[in-house]
Design a protein around this ligand. Structure first.
Ligand SMILES: [Zn+2]
Length: 318
């Protein structure tokens, strides 16, 4: 029997996104289960196993049709063994996740970092379709990154390649980052970073409309909207963030010479208000020939990028 069904799990701190996907990328079913983080997240593999098993049965899919499971988790992953060095949001440390899930389900399991899977998803069926050289950046609560070079995701020697959010952009006196360093890109270009910068910017500017929003309710979206209306404090923040992000991408581009830059995550909903100044900054900092080879696009797959990338992982390894 042809193995043309891929199972996918995108594990986050709150929910596990699951999907059953055909070889052509069509999603047969997608759903979510709660991430049970109790006792160091030890029940997660079992929960995934039961949820997948029940759905295969419900859809009358023969297990012999299943090529394997692709899974992603936020953290440092050894893709060859499926071993998770550390996934802070989930509670895993030195956790042999891939082997445990494979043992439970009887299927081969391939694991990678969630941001890498999002990059693979966009390369397979999204904004990066067909690109062999691609940089994907997710601007959400944090900043995630995945780099595809020569058609393959870069993992590095111990799973930290493509951690774009933790590139230092403020060498001294930068804000503390969740990774333990200071001045990381994530402290500025994430939704959280943009809000932090806006709060500082309001203090130094008279009459910002952002002052009308209670400080604990201020969002990155508010900052973009205020900038759109010509608010100076907000405009300064967007300028700074896009300039630093454009510079970081240009610096990466010297190493990768990418064909496509794909920007996703909640912050990317700002659309051209984000992309236009970002492209301008990229042009300013990249080599001219590097710049000419690159196109920018907004991620197309949204929340499905992770599970589609996970399915691609199975497809690529099958
Ligand atoms: Zn960091």
């Amino acid at each position: 029997m042809e193995k043309d069904i891929f199972l996918a799990a995108d594990i986050g701190g709150t929910t596990v996104k699951l999907a059953i996907i055909k070889a052509n990328g069509e999603i047969v079913k997608k759903w979510e289960i709660r991430t049970d983080r109790e006792n160091g997240g030890e029940r997660i593999p079992e929960d995934i196993h039961h949820a997948l098993e029940a759905s295969l049965e419900e859809l009358h899919i023969d297990k012999k049709q299943v090529a394997g499971i692709g899974a992603g988790a936020p953290g440092f992953v050894d893709p060859n063994s499926g071993f998770i060095h550390e996934a802070v949001n989930i509670g895993w440390k030195n956790y042999n996740f891939g082997a445990i899930l494979s043992e439970l389900t009887g299927f081969p399991v391939w694991v990678d970092n969630d941001a890498n899977l999002a990059a693979l998803g966009e390369k397979w069926l999204g904004a990066g379709e067909g690109a062999r050289e691609l940089i994907a950046i997710t601007l959400g609560t944090g900043v995630g990154g995945g780099i595809i070079a020569n058609g393959e995701i870069l993992n590095g020697v111990n799973g930290t390649a493509g951690e774009i959010g933790h590139i230092t952009v403020v060498p001294e006196g930068g804000a503390p980052c969740n990774c333990g360093k200071t001045g990381c890109l994530e402290t500025l270009a994430s939704a959280t970073g943009i809000v932090r910068l806006a709060k500082k910017s309001i203090e130094n500017t008279h009459g910002s409309i952002l002052r009308n929003i209670p400080s604990d309710q201020l969002t990155a979206k508010d900052v973009f909207e205020a900038a759109q209306q010509g608010d100076e404090a907000a405009g300064t923040v967007i300028e700074k963030v896009t300039d630093l992000l454009g510079m970081t991408i240009a610096n990466l581009a010297i190493a990768i010479n990418p064909e496509k830059i794909v920007i996703g995550g909640g912050v990317s909903q700002a659309g051209s208000q984000l992309l236009d100044p970002l492209k301008a900054a990229y042009k300013k900092y990249a080599l001219r020939r590097t710049y000419e080879a690159t196109s920018f696009g907004l991620a197309k797959l949204g929340n499905d990028a992770g599970v589609i990338g996970a399915a691609f992982l199975v497809k690529a390894n099958q």
